[in-house]
Design a protein around this ligand. Sequence first.
Ligand code: ATP
Length: 318
Amino acid sequence: MIKKIAILTSGGDCPGMNVALKAIVNAAINNNIEPYVVFEGYKGLYDNNFEKITKEEVKFIDRKGGTVIYSARFPQFKELEIRKQAVNNLKAEGIEALICIGGDGTYMGAAKLTEMGIKTIALPGTIDNDISSTDYTIGFNTALETIVRAVDNLRDTSESHNRINLVEVMGHGCGDLAINAAIITGAEVLSTPERKLDVKQIIEKLKKSDSKRSKIVMISEYIYKDLNKVAQEIEKATGQETKATILGHIQRGGSANPIERLLTIRMANYAIKMLIKGKNGVAVNITDNKLNTKDILEIVKMKRPSKEELLKEYDKSI
Ligand code: ATP
């Protein structure tokens, strides 16, 4: 029976990381497991920066955005010697298992620790929804809400001033945030990694649009080098004032919405249940509203699910 576990958040932060931390601490203590927190992800493991945590200390953190135990990009963790130090630090404290909350990079770190004798369970913490084994990642729902509110605000002012607005959203190569936000906000044009448009095609679509005044062009990050230049080209070709808005890190902030909190608590409780059952080197998923686990090494090799159905939904809605 596992007696001590540690919890870390790693990679890009997302709404819900604190909810996950609180739920894991509660579930662990309720099962007579002592929880520790690691500060700054894998960097904290290497720096021996972890401490024991109580239920009282996490009581109110679920209302906060970001991650109270911090996150870090620590590429050095790919080096075996660095990981050996981290494993030694964990073993010196008697910690046998680690719950890692993060994206696919975080998953890789967890898989490597499993190979080195530390039991690991990962939770999908990323706004991008780019982990193929799960329908939803922690953070996606809240980030989508943030985007929708921002685009609704842009729509108000664009309609008043007869403007086209290009809106760039995150996704790290996955179109889920952009496609879903485009459906919800009725964006007139959509360009995502799964269906990239060149500037000419965007202009054609804008010219054909039924919208008389404001037009929103929803764009995933990394598609165009310079969004302001794209806006200038569009303005020249359409004769309509065109602005570019990059939502950026605003999408990562804020406290998790209720649906996100519920999903996260369910995933966290399940993670502890699976750990007690002896699962190791796996990540928690939700598929068709059912919780399950899959080997991390299988997950990182999985192909991205097709977005065709979702794109068809967009086409029908516009
Ligand atoms: P996001 O999707 O939000 O970017 P992420 O978890 O994918 O989150 P990364 O920066 O890619 O973010 O990875 C987080 C951390 O995981 C890295 O900083 C590094 O410490 C560790 N990591 C990533 N890849 C590996 C690997 N191949 N081996 C060991 N550790 C890794």
